[in-house]
Design a protein around this ligand. Structure first.
Ligand code: SDX
Length: 428
């Protein structure tokens, strides 16, 4: 759109609304002036609403493009690593060697959690869903860092971001060990971020454990693919919580809560459970029919996306990583993988999915891959939350460092009763 404003006629008065032009993507109409004319916009689900301005991540859903600070996800997944992507998301530029070493050193030196955090776990049943535990313990971190919760202090924001990125793998592995009744392991500073996470998940004190470098690289790539995704539901939750001035640990706990839903970050766990429910290729047509039936709430988990109306670029990389992991662990011929490939083939040929541009998303393959890595389904969304923490905290930092940012306070379309008088109970 070349114009710099649009005009609407309100009861005979022409009202100009400014048009904001992005560096990439859709022009946006500034709707704020409408408030002066007692008019709201109505857009439940925010299908056409830009809730903020951001420089961090750009998605082109029609062309299957995902950029982090301008760098394509395919290049970052192939050439970078997760901590370097964390630096990029937080700071806006790829680090020099010395900047990278200093950042990795800072993250590494904050991977331990306060010993008192361990006692929180004992309040949960061993079979508690780890996302319930993560919501609790991540929010509780705000009780341990009274010295650095001033959201207006750039140094407090920096150290809180580093602490969160550093401690999520430790807390995630503690959830898994707690569910098994095995000892929780301390992080080790001589291993990479992904290597140490896999070690804390799968090693035991009674024997040595060697990380498989192919699997560690795959884990790191999975972290990269889930790092940030512009204003998705959980990131918008973090921003809205942060707009009240809440501390970053509380805001990330709110993001974890929002991510848990099966329509969002819970889709990877739901997609794998769906494959187990389908059980056999012969059942695929029945489930495809259920997914198409408007009277059936069943949806094909791992398919479709609010923004991507083309193939999710992360799904392509995730699919390749899935093949690599399955080959490494010898599960390429597994029943669940073959079922997934057949489901993908049928769905991509079915007009219902093609006409609605419902392609496999990143969650369709991540569940199978994480399962092949030995990670149980109820930990999949925890892994997603671990990886997305850098996106959440980067978006939070971008918002709270804007001068004069305002509390988020949406309005509504009220269709309830007009005023009426109270009726005493003996008159009802
Ligand atoms: C993530 O926002 C993000 O960026 C999220 C995420 C991130 O990185 O943060 O990418 C991560 O959440 C990926 C999405 C994971 N969710 C799932 O895989 C759950 C299954 N997918 C659906 O629930 C759904 O596709 C959504 C929630 C992802 C998107 O829903 P929309 O944009 O609101 O789309 P819609 O519900 O309006 O669907 C359009 C049509 C509808 O049919 P009609 O009314 O046109 O007849 O497509 C149908 C829907 O019924 N449809 C599906 C379907 N997804 C949409 N039908 C069957 N199976 C599906 N999966």
């Amino acid at each position: 759109m070349s114009t710099n404003n649009v005009s609407i006629d309100i009861d005979g008065t022409s009202v100009d609304l400014p048009v904001r032009h992005p560096s990439l993507g859709q022009d946006t109409v500034d709707a704020a002036p409408l408030a002066k004319h007692a008019l709201f916009t109505f857009d439940p689900g925010f299908t056409a609403t830009a809730a903020c301005e951001s420089k961090i991540t750009f998605i082109d859903g029609d062309n299957g493009i995902l950029l982090h600070r301008g760098y394509p996800i395919e290049q970052l997944a192939a050439k970078s690593d997760y901590l370097e992507v964390c630096y990029l998301l937080l700071n806006g530029e790829l680090p020099t060697k010395s900047e990278r070493d200093a950042f990795v050193g800072s993250i590494t030196s904050h991977t331990m959690v306060h010993e008192q955090i361990r006692s929180f776990f004992n309040g949960f049943r061993r079979d508690a869903h780890p996302m319930a535990i993560m919501m609790g313990v991540v929010g509780a971190l705000s009780a341990f860092y009274h010295d650095s919760l001033n959201i207006n202090d750039p140094e407090d924001r920096r150290i809180s971001a580093h602490r969160l990125i550093a401690k999520m793998p430790t807390l995630a592995a503690m959830c898994y060990k707690y569910s098994l009744g095995q000892p929780m392991l301390y992080p080790r500073n001589d291993l990479s971020y992904a290597e140490d996470f896999l070690r804390m998940m799968f090693s035991v004190p009674s024997e040595d454990w060697q990380v498989n470098p192919v699997l560690a690289r795959a884990m790191d790539r999975i972290f990269i693919l889930h790092a940030d995704h512009e204003q998705n539901a959980s990131t918008s939750t973090v921003r809205l919580a942060g707009s009240t001035g809440a501390n970053p640990f509380a805001c990330i706990a709110a993001g974890i809560a929002a991510l848990w839903g099966p329509a969002h970050g819970g889709a990877n766990e739901a997609a794998l459970n769906m494959l187990y429910d389908i059980g056999d290729v012969s059942n695929v047509p029945k489930y495809i029919a259920k997914a198409k039936d408007k009277d059936d709430p069943f949806r094909l988990m791992g398919f479709g996306h609010r923004v991507y109306k083309n193939y999710d670029p992360r799904a392509k990389v995730m699919r390749d990583t899935c093949h690599e992991v399955l080959d490494t662990v010898g599960l390429r011929d597994s029943k669940v993988f073959k079922l997934a490939m057949e489901l993908e083939r049928i769905a991509l040929e079915d007009d219902y999915f093609v006409s609605r541009k419902l392609y496999p998303n990143v969650d369709f393959y991540s569940g199978i891959t994480l399962s092949a890595l030995g990670i149980p389904a109820n930990m999949f969304t925890v892994i997603f939350a671990l990886a997305r923490t850098v996106g959440w905290i980067s978006q939070w930092c971008e918002m709270v460092s804007e001068p004069g940012f305002k509390i988020g306070r949406p309005r509504q379309l009220y269709t309830g009763y007009t005023e009426r008088a109270y009726v005493p109970i003996d008159k009802r």
